[in-house]
Design a protein around this ligand. Sequence first.
Ligand SMILES: Nc1ncnc2c1ncn2[C@@H]1O[C@H](COP(=O)(O)OP(=O)(O)OP(=O)(O)O)[C@@H](O)[C@H]1O
Ligand SMILES: Nc1ncnc2c1ncn2[C@@H]1O[C@H](COP(=O)(O)OP(=O)(O)OP(=O)(O)O)[C@@H](O)[C@H]1O
Ligand SMILES: [Mg+2]
Ligand SMILES: [Mg+2]
Lengths: 268, 268
Amino acid sequence: MRSIAIINQKGGVGKTTTAVNLAAALTRRGQRVMLVDMDPQGHAGLHLGIDGAPDEDTPFATVYDVLVDRRPIAEVAQFADEKLTIVPSDIHLVGAEVELADQDRREHRLQEALAPHHENYDVLIIDCAPSLGLLTINALAAVREVIIPLQPHFLALQGLGKLLETVTLVRDGINPDLRISGILLCMYDRSTRLAQEVSQDIAGFLESAEPDAAWYRARLFNARIRRNIKLAESPSFGQSIFQYDPASHGAEDYNELAVELFEPADPV
Amino acid sequence: MRSIAIINQKGGVGKTTTAVNLAAALTRRGQRVMLVDMDPQGHAGLHLGIDGAPDEDTPFATVYDVLVDRRPIAEVAQFADEKLTIVPSDIHLVGAEVELADQDRREHRLQEALAPHHENYDVLIIDCAPSLGLLTINALAAVREVIIPLQPHFLALQGLGKLLETVTLVRDGINPDLRISGILLCMYDRSTRLAQEVSQDIAGFLESAEPDAAWYRARLFNARIRRNIKLAESPSFGQSIFQYDPASHGAEDYNELAVELFEPADPV
Ligand SMILES: Nc1ncnc2c1ncn2[C@@H]1O[C@H](COP(=O)(O)OP(=O)(O)OP(=O)(O)O)[C@@H](O)[C@H]1O
Ligand SMILES: Nc1ncnc2c1ncn2[C@@H]1O[C@H](COP(=O)(O)OP(=O)(O)OP(=O)(O)O)[C@@H](O)[C@H]1O
Ligand SMILES: [Mg+2]
Ligand SMILES: [Mg+2]
């Protein structure tokens, strides 16, 4: 099973949009995908129309129950339209950081819960909150790859150093297999000078990585997600971009990302 | 002194861009403005070219020192180009939430530090982090007004309820003067159906507010901040939009906001 965390502590850069639509692109290519929502905002589930229990008789179980009460993932998972399994979250997840604070191996709760499912899925994708706290550390401990969505703006670049530092600390401390697959430009508008400058800066930075860096051999993905209002409309219908408007730029771009990640011309 | 907190826990919606450019618009109209950065990302200071001490001989003092060590604001404040006083922050501010956790009146630290300055300034503006934790509560305890920047997207609407609830709790618990001045549409693109729908939803919601609601008489500002790449370019030069491109839509829109807030046709 390939496992990917979508992280960036800068808010509103396209993490959830990437997690949901990459997951959907992969199910359309026949991959069995589990999507875990590790953000108390619960937007990954909401994006696919899941914001409560599957029926009235069942209470709404979320990833909070998995982390804090060690409920099995199979009891919490729901199914979104495209045969996509999703482990939803909601605002109660905010409490997990405090409730787990003094627990042993608190960073490994998600990894341990996912261990029985490695054979059942081809790909695991985790949507993270805009922070580098315990929830994001849990996600980083549970995966082998990281994708960093980035809006090509000056303010969005500032936190990148801290983000790379955090990934390195998790790799060196608790998850030696962790590496950064790449940086994905989101809300990209090629006509602006700023976007051109930022992409050049990033590409140059990645190319000069030392072999021991967690971002060694990471790339700036060729796929770039263009700004496209359909991507912002689709969650209001509880749909991925492929259900909402399969002919849109948004669908094209996320399909291109799926191909680049899973059928690469030059294997990563 | 008028005092305004710029808050929204959804990340990347235009809080810092609004705080900095509204402050700059007001200094250009002769108002004496203090801008306080209550976000550990430190983007308000960075936006105006401040990301360290004013000279090599002085250590970089921030709002962290004001909150935790009770250093006077006068010792920490720096001056940005337009006679704007700014109290900067940096990543150390993350520690303040934990360090103040068991302190008495921890929510009032900022309010108490600002008390001596009410006569020295006409306007106080506070940029907040994308969260509703202790730092944002400190900001809400220190002001009389709240502006909520909002990106007119479906996902951005979801957290609004929780945000209004938090403001109401602070009003009822620790700051009876607190009220919501209004919701500001940012990154607005009038050509999209989504933006039209969201603005209608918001306007309708605000008009039906009960008299005891913290958002009673709050409005959807007539001023709308259009998406404009110049607003994203200006921080890379350490400038407000008025220094960087005073003829841009961005400068027009923030000027319109300043007029609507401070020279209203129908006084609020
Ligand atoms: N390429 C795009 N074009 C247009 N809108 C987009 C695009 N990608 C994302 N959006 C919209 O921009 C907003 C921010 O995106 P999203 O919520 O995915 O970011 P995020 O990083 O997950 O945010 P948070 O930090 O709050 O979790 C959303 O309203 C989303 O619908
Ligand atoms: N009207 C606009 N048009 C174009 N870009 C904008 C506009 N407003 C803000 N931006 C850019 O969008 C990004 C997000 O804005 P900003 O950083 O002000 O949001 P924020 O709410 O303060 O984010 P955070 O939650 O991380 O503090 C920044 O790169 C900023 O330069
Ligand atoms: Mg998200
Ligand atoms: Mg900000």
